[in-house]
Ligand binder design. Structure first.
Ligand code: GAR
Length: 197
């Protein structure tokens, strides 16, 4: 049966767009919902233009009460009955309680070659470390930040003169290939990792 996919974003949503665009034809899944913690997130409008239901739960009024924020988030997700939740540039840390509800069903894309550089400023940290390669990872979400079984990785070479921005731009191109490829395989029932690049 076709899997239902919800996608959570915080910003422009370029990964979300690639995921939505990929779920056509013989693909085992369809996008049913796009949500954000930021009502102004540019990706929400783009998702609506693609005909996907959208919602926003602004995290700011919750003032750090993550459980209350997540209760709202969960209500929106439950109503759409997704089989899979994709975090795609979703910049809120989720509690263990929330993550547990989506155990084995929630994916995240992170802009580093995990387990390196969990958290923020991944590209600058790769440059500061003198790494010769960088990349991105898609993994199953577990309670620990940017942890969980890796479902796919894509590598890019660090070029002389790279800045965090130039490196991020090249990694993003790979993110747009990796995430749809991993989602298609995952929705089809496989957790075998995909390695690109
Ligand atoms: C992507 O590079 C994604 O890997 C990163 O945010 C960007 C979102 O871009 N995610 C994280 O840093 C998660 N910790 P997008 O909104 O254009 O997809």
């Amino acid at each position: 049966m076709t899997k239902r996919v919800a996608i959570l974003i915080s910003g422009g949503g370029s990964n979300m767009i690639k995921l939505v665009e990929s779920m056509v034809g013989e693909h085992p899944a369809r996008a049913v919902l796009v949500g954000s913690n930021d009502p102004q997130a540019g990706g929400l409008k783009k998702a609506a233009e693609m005909g996907i239901d959208t919602f926003a739960v602004d995290h700011r009024p919750f003032k750090g009460d993550r459980e209350a924020f997540e209760t709202e988030l969960q209500a929106h997700l439950d109503a759409a009955k997704p089989d899979i939740v994709c975090l795609a540039g979703f910049m809120r840390v989720l509690t263990e309680n929330f993550v547990r509800k989506w155990d084995g069903k929630m994916l995240n894309i992170h802009p580093s070659l995990l387990p390196k550089y969990k958290g923020l400023h991944t590209h600058q940290r790769a440059l500061d470390a003198g790494d010769t390669e960088a990349g991105c990872s898609v993994h199953l979400v577990t309670a620990a930040l940017d942890d969980g079984p890796i479902l796919g990785q894509a590598r890019v070479r660090v070029e002389p003169g790279d800045t965090a921005d130039t490196l991020a731009a090249r990694v993003l191109v790979q993110e747009h290939k990796l995430y749809p490829a991993v989602l298609e395989r995952f929705a089809g029932g496989s957790t075998d990792p995909i390695i690109l690049g």
